[in-house]
Design a protein around this ligand. Structure first.
Ligand SMILES: *[C@@H]1O[C@H](CO)[C@@H](O)[C@H](O)[C@H]1NC(C)=O
Ligand SMILES: *[C@@H]1O[C@H](CO)[C@@H](O)[C@H](O)[C@H]1NC(C)=O
Ligand SMILES: *[C@@H]1O[C@H](CO)[C@@H](O)[C@H](O)[C@H]1NC(C)=O
Length: 339
């Protein structure tokens, strides 16, 4: 009897203790534990602040972000997780001001290098594909605070088609495009087609080794050898708002797309489903697609915010959603180089 009773007691205590712990960790962090977390995060990212006042202000934002991330992860009804990363002391507005490109209104300019969509009658599209498995995707890069997503996205597609055709994967130079592109688009943003046009007219592109990324626009040094194994002769756009057409293209080569990154500041892993905007403000590269074990179809997307963001630098966005624009607007504007 008495042993039963004590056992029962222990269970009650255990349940009480774990639920209390759960509430404590989800709602009321001690100032001290938050402060330690902030210091650790600063050390991890090599960040420091110019004075205590700035540090205190950043600490308040950091706390809000930690609570936002933990709340999301503990709700337990999401298909994706959030995580702390280098953006953790920025408000969402600051994050967007720093990392989002302004409106994409002028994206489509007439160009003699633009061809009509070629992947219209593609049969035998595999149910899943990851171009990384075919040695057609280079390591995730970090664009820094220079707004060069357009160059990274375009270069990733050029590296992809070159690797698929030649069997040889080479890291090519975003900096070459940033410094030398004829439309003088730079760290304030640009368009992928202007990157393609530069590579076409220039007759090639330097390797990243010969022309390394420094993340600021400098004088054009157009005297490096091209490391492209083929000639880029044009580019095509995906018919807008059509995930079927996007699939046909991605089944043949990595494709550059624009997305709305507003809610992606702290994405860590899983398939992004649910609400997302369609105010296109960032360029990324679709390098594959597939379906999860529980039947959620996704696009596999390479970003250029380093490996510390997202799932080792990647994100999975739900595929074949009800809205024609696609998740986060992924189907609205897509383009790819022609070789
Ligand atoms: C998840 O649960 C939270 C809290 O109950 C709720 O506010 C939110 O709308 C839910 N989200 C989804 C995607 O179901
Ligand atoms: C989407 O693209 C596919 C493949 O190019 C095409 O067959 C289909 O008609 C398009 N759908 C719409 C609604 O335009
Ligand atoms: C690109 O095209 C030019 C002209 O047709 C040709 O001479 C050259 O060999 C091509 N370059 C590559 C890398 O295929």
């Amino acid at each position: 009897m008495s042993s039963n009773k004590s056992c029962y007691c222990t269970i009650v205590l255990f349940i009480f203790a774990t639920s209390w712990y759960h509430v404590a960790s989800s709602l009321s962090y001690s100032e001290e534990s938050m402060s330690i977390k902030h210091e650790k995060w600063m050390a991890q990212h090599g960040f420091s602040y110019e004075n205590e006042k700035v540090k205190e202000a950043r600490f308040q934002i950091f706390k809000d972000n930690v609570q936002h991330i933990d709340r999301h992860n503990q709700e337990g009804n999401h298909t994706y997780k959030l995580g702390l990363n280098k953006f953790a002391d920025l408000t969402n507005e600051e994050f967007l001001a720093k990392y989002a490109r302004s409106s994409m209104q002028s994206f489509k300019v007439a160009s003699s290098y633009q061809s009509s969509f070629e992947y219209t009658n593609i049969k035998d599209i595999p149910p899943s594909l990851d171009w990384r498995d075919h040695n057609a995707v280079t390591a995730v890069a970090n664009q820094g605070t220079c707004g060069t997503c357009w160059a990274f996205s375009a270069v990733a597609t050029i590296e992809g088609i070159a690797a698929i055709r030649s069997g040889n994967l080479k890291k090519l130079s975003e900096q070459h495009i940033l410094d030398c592109n004829y439309m003088h688009e730079g760290c304030k943003g640009g368009r992928q087609n202007s990157a393609f046009e530069f590579v076409i007219k220039n007759g090639g592109l330097a390797s990243d080794t010969d022309y390394p990324y420094i993340g600021i626009q400098t004088a054009c040094a157009n005297n490096k050898p091209s490391s492209l194994s083929l000639n880029i002769t044009g580019f095509g756009f995906i018919p807008p708002n059509n995930e079927t057409a996007l699939l046909a293209a991605v089944a043949n080569q990595p494709v550059s797309v624009d997305v709305d990154i507003t809610i992606l500041q702290f994405y860590r892993s899983g398939i992004l489903t649910g609400e997302c905007g369609t105010n296109l403000n960032h360029a990324v590269t679709v390098v594959g697609y597939g379906e999860s074990d529980d039947g959620v179809k996704f696009w596999l997307v390479k970003n250029s915010w380093g490996r510390g963001w997202g799932d080792d630098g990647y994100i999975k966005l739900q595929r074949n959603v009800n809205a024609i624009e696609g998740m986060c607007g992924i189907a609205m504007i897509g383009c790819y180089p022609i070789a």
